[in-house]
Design a protein around this ligand. Sequence first.
Ligand SMILES: NC(=O)c1ccc[n+]([C@@H]2O[C@H](COP(=O)([O-])OP(=O)(O)OC[C@H]3O[C@@H](n4cnc5c(N)ncnc54)[C@H](O)[C@@H]3O)[C@@H](O)[C@H]2O)c1
Length: 343
Amino acid sequence: MLLLLVNYLILKLENRFNRAMLIIRSILATIEFLILFFYYCLEAFILMFFCLQKNVAGKIVLVTGSANGIGREISINLARLGSILILWDIDEEGNCETAELAKANGALAVYTYKCDLRKREEIYAVAEQVKREVGDVDILINNAGVLKGKTFLDLLDSDMEETLEVNTTAHFWTCKAFLPAMIAHNEGHLVSIVSDTALAGGNKLTDYAASKAAAFGFLESLAFEMRAAGKKGIKTTIVCPYYVDTELVTGVQTTRPFLLPIFDVGYVGKKIVDGILKEKLYVVMPPYARFILLKIFLPEKAVFLFAEYFGFFNNLDHFRGEVQRGQATKDSVGILPLDNWYV
Ligand SMILES: NC(=O)c1ccc[n+]([C@@H]2O[C@H](COP(=O)([O-])OP(=O)(O)OC[C@H]3O[C@@H](n4cnc5c(N)ncnc54)[C@H](O)[C@@H]3O)[C@@H](O)[C@H]2O)c1
């Protein structure tokens, strides 16, 4: 009887001790977290003034949607830094123009490939061709995108499928194709040109905002996955610009130009490359658009008031519709031969 009682008391003491240890460990972990958190914030603040930049000279950079708009500007800016460029687009003519511009601006070499990003098998086939003909990709920039600008019920099923294929799932397939080599060398950089609509939706943007939010979640999760696997050498950058003056958004208007201006595409191209060189995790344009995320703390009426004030109901009222560029038939493979390169 006495033995049972002693055993019971020991067990109870042991439980209490374990619980106390658990609490102490948790408190210590929180203190460590707070110290590191403030240290990293301070470090980031100091590095804003003395930031070392990545050297991209001689690096192999793949840009999707390079034939026009933001993709072309990114390519030209990287060309100035002496990168080797691989340009993917469905629009062959535009892509050749970008290649000429990149070459004229100092690219070490430029390779163009026709690739329809709606098609997984084509992405894999062109990726294999790139690895054979050029080598492993150091920086992958998923930029290509489409915008339908229709209300949810006006969108055809095929519209929604295309938006998700080009703006989101293409990122899965390109990363799947090029990430293994990056992991093997513990070096590489994945970049996604997303949009502010990943942070807040808008009228006539159901498919587009969904595709961008998905692309955001995809790359952020992949970043965490790389960290969890100890692959600190693999960087990620998620770019969220507000509207930019490209053909993608012809006719789109901003209600508050002083707060949310429509950006010049040249400026956006420079800012994106600057973010890549500084290995930023997020590039948000304008930077204070990050505060949009605070919407989840607001009451319903305030959220709708906010959306109306910033024009999220009417931005696309005068949208002139999608640009059709080099649309391939669903079956064409469309890989350009190697003689379409510019060294
Ligand atoms: N323009 C803006 O206001 C804005 C704002 C935020 C984010 N973005 C994003 O920036 C990226 C670039 O947009 P942009 O404004 O330069 O548009 P853009 O229309 O000028 O360029 C998009 C490019 O993607 C290519 N593309 C489209 N479908 C393709 C497919 N199936 N296969 C291969 N290539 C395809 C087009 O041919 C084009 O060259 C997009 O992801 C877009 O969503 C644009």
